[in-house]
Write a protein that binds this ligand. Structure first.
Ligand code: ADP
Length: 257
């Protein structure tokens, strides 16, 4: 049931009563849930054929010795677009799961940073971006390793994606006894401050990214923000057009409960 209330005033501004409206929104809630389930199921079904396409293209490219340069280029286009589609499907799957659940526990964040750098290595090498981690080990926080790993992967892959060739992405840590702060900083294209304030909104894309024709759906950061909020943490973005960006995640060290 959804409720709305409004006070009733007389001409002199005195409170004389109130109107309260109760509406049954069961149908609406059910419709939203059905919609999310559909998106979630469809995204899930897309995943296996896409993985198969990507796996076979990767294998063909590994074995491309006898192929002409044009054929290799075409396969690389298929590879790039399959990767984009797979990333979009992952974002959609997560976005549709309104019950994006987190299961926080005492977690060494430095291990997650290492894993994230490992998975971003190939993407970084393709655009000659250097990945630097300056994080003490161990670095304890109260975090769901799977979800915070996803959040980190997202920030690191964005940092590479929005950096020109030869840039540097640095992951650093700071904190207090209560909070761990993890910053992902890049030397990339950045964005105007008014855009930086909106990057966590669903489907928002900064003008700098659109002007540079860098593909994306504008979903990753909204999911990342949800992940941090479900931990009782936060995420912030500082950026300057042409001057790189820094995304800072804050996580609790101990359970709040
Ligand atoms: P996507 O990258 O798929 O568009 P995101 O939600 O991850 O979606 O990011 C939203 C927008 O924020 C991007 O489209 C881009 O404009 C901007 N953005 C994110 N990360 C960076 C970054 N490191 N440098 C510059 N712009 C960024």
């Amino acid at each position: 049931v959804s409720t709305a209330a409004r006070p009733l005033m007389d001409d002199a501004g005195r409170l004389t009563g109130a109107v309260v409206v109760f509406s049954d929104v069961t149908g609406l809630v059910e419709a939203i849930a059905a919609n999310q389930e559909l998106v979630s199921n469809v995204s899930h079904e897309f995943r296996s054929p896409l993985n198969s396409i990507l796996g076979n293209v990767d294998l063909a490219l590994e074995d491309s010795d006898g192929m002409s340069a044009v054929a290799v280029q075409r396969l690389e286009v298929v590879q790039r677009n399959s990767e984009r589609l797979l990333a979009l499907v992952s974002d959609l799957t997560l976005e549709a799961s309104s019950a994006l659940k987190v299961h926080p526990k005492r977690t060494d964040i430095s291990g997650l940073v290492e894993t994230s750098i490992g998975s971003a290595q190939a993407q970084a090498e393709r655009s000659s971006v250097a990945l630097v981690a300056d994080v003490p080990s161990p670095l304890w926080a109260y975090a769901d390793p799977l979800r915070i790993g996803q959040a980190l992967d997202n920030l690191v892959s964005n940092a590479i994606k929005y950096s020109p060739d030869g840039g540097t992405v640095t992951i650093s840590a700071s904190g207090t006894r209560e909070w761990v702060r993890l910053a992902v900083q890049d030397t990339g294209m950045g964005m105007a401050p008014e855009d930086a304030a909106k990057v966590f909104s669903r489907f928002f894309r900064a003008k700098s990214a659109r002007d540079a024709a860098i593909p994306g759906a504008g979903l990753g950061l909204s999911i990342t923000k949800t992940i941090l909020e479900r931990h009782g943490g936060a995420i912030a973005c500082h950026s300057a057009l042409g001057g790189g960006s820094t995304f800072t995640m804050t996580l609790p060290v101990e359970s709040a409960g």
